[in-house]
Design a protein. Structure first.
Lengths: 85, 204
């Protein structure tokens, strides 16, 4: 789980071009949207593609993203529970 | 009576060099690629705008040239009505290629939304408008080459017909890492260089 959280932080920084952030700047419970990392709606779509591509998880209802992508902690838990690769 | 118009400032970015009114303000001979060169310009200008890093190279190029010009201008970009008219010959081809690569194989079909949103050249105009709160006339044309006659006529018309007080205009093109070019200028009532077709061709 700890390795997965570190992996997610690195992937989010790389895939979403968050040049102002380093892995160590992101806490597990920081909000990914709003006041936290400040991600936007396009980033949310990018995260959905990332889950599909890297972990074999398809999210058919984008509304679920709000809870899944609340933080690194919630994302990692969701991946642990649902990954197919 | 027609308002007298001038080319207030002009900026060129090409061959790893940035010039403002023909003076070199930044150059980097050993840039790894266009992306890293554009990032170096961003750092050199000491900009604080994290959305920059999400843009494609075409939008970054247009954004940086516009930042340089508007910072130098006497015009308050958030109060004045500044229209934007850009043109190029590659449209959004560099980003189109990246998008195509992500959907080439049916077994590895993962189009990136963040790339897809930049598969239109006029997105860069949107980025500049957001940055400077512009709600003005804008257009992006695709021509074979920089067309001074068209640009002059369009820019002049926008101001003379009072659709805009100034026009941020020019050529911004990205084909690949080595074939890129920006020639952006501000047409307004300020400045010393007369706004006409001959001058535009000369400066380009």
């Amino acid at each position: 789980m700890e390795n997965l959280k570190q992996e997610l932080k690195a992937k989010i920084i790389e895939n979403l071009n968050l040049e102002d952030f380093k892995v160590e700047d992101i806490d597990d419970n920081d909000s990914l949207f709003g006041d936290g990392l400040g991600l936007d709606s396009i980033d949310a779509l990018e995260l959905i593609v990332m889950l599909d591509k890297d972990y074999g998880i398809k999210i058919s209802d984008p509304k679920k993203g709000k809870t899944i992508f609340e933080s690194i902690q919630t994302m990692a838990q969701f991946i642990m529970d649902n990954k197919t690769k | 009576m027609n308002t007298k118009l001038y080319i207030e400032n002009y900026c060129k970015i090409k061959n790893n060099t940035v010039t403002l009114n023909s003076n070199i303000i930044f150059e980097e001979d050993n840039a790894e690629n266009l992306k890293s060169f554009l990032k170096s310009i961003y750092k050199h200008l000491d900009l604080k705008y994290s959305k920059f890093f999400k843009m494609d190279n075409l939008s970054k190029l247009a954004f940086l040239a516009s930042e340089i010009i508007l910072k130098e201008s006497k015009i308050n970009s958030e109060k004045e009505n500044i229209a934007i008219v850009f043109s190029n010959n590659a449209s959004s081809l560099e980003t189109d290629r990246k998008h195509q690569k992500s959907i080439d194989k049916i077994t590895d079909y993962f189009p990136s939304p963040a790339i897809f949103v930049y598969t239109l050249p006029n997105i860069g105009i949107g980025e500049i408008s957001i940055r400077h709160q512009l709600k003005s006339e804008n257009a992006f044309f695709v021509f074979e080459r920089y067309n001074a006659e068209f640009h002059y006529t369009y820019e002049n018309s926008l101001i003379q017909s009072q659709k805009a007080n100034a026009v941020l205009s020019g050529w911004v093109n990205v084909d690949d890492d080595t074939n890129y070019e920006a020639f952006i200028y501000l047409v307004s009532q300020n400045g010393k260089i007369k706004h006409n077709q001959e001058q535009l061709n000369k400066l380009y």
